[in-house]
Design a protein around this ligand. Sequence first.
Ligand code: HSE
Length: 298
Amino acid sequence: NELRIFCPATIANISCGFDVLGVALDSVGDEMVIRKVSKKGIHIIKLEGQDLPMETHKNVAGVAGMAFLGESDYGGGFEIEIYKKIKAGSGIGSSAASSTGAVWGMNQLLGRPFTTLKLVEFAMEGEKLASGVAHADNVAPALFGGFTLVRSYEPLDIIPIHNPKELFATVIHPQIEIKTSDSRKILKTNITLKEGIKQWGNVGGLVAGLFTEDYDLIGRSLVDHIVEPIRSILIPGFNEVKASAIASGALGCGISGSGPSIFAFSKGEDTAEKVAQSMKNVYKKIGIDHDIHISKIN
Ligand code: HSE
């Protein structure tokens, strides 16, 4: 009647795929305990590690859980304990970890009445609360694992993508907070056909590169002509960090989700470590507090 689960952090967008591409990280994430109780509804009884609201309708796990209960014939409720390790506003899917953890755990405890796709839909309600937009590019990889593509939102169509065996992600988090809702407001709402052509060429290239484990193609495709030029202005030392990651052998480097975290992909763990060192050095030199993680993509 009780489960303790790991809820992975995620990198959304992956440079070219704004709101459609994402990947789960297996070495960074929260923990949650989900417990079946007779009292109806979702009850967040513990929340450690971050200062976030515990009222059901203000908490992303609560809102996602209520969406689940709304379509379930289960007559009882759930208690939830959340142990946050992912910082809110860090750009690695903090809200998605909590909302997906809740619905995944609840589904397990009830004998899996819902498909993973349906769980994505419930978890998107949590994203809507957190950012104002029900984007699925963090919750889909958190639930499916590895890389995912949101091929379509209406109807929701999620495509799990192959994970190349030697791919590692380095993620550095400068210690500032950027709210996704704020970093969405500064984006342009129109793009030119010319920009579109470049962008969807790279999305196709990245997906093909991941499926065929073509690391050079992955690297060539990690380019963002639309969002990165605008959002990178909010991230201290972004251009220097990116240049140093590439110079140290990274396949590519960009903003993780809505930032401020910056991710780099590398082939092999040794390169990922060199890349981590060089990214850290940039922040040490300009005096920016940060933390950094390396994850294998599984
Ligand atoms: N696709 C979303 C955005 C991800 O970039 O706003 C937020 O984590």
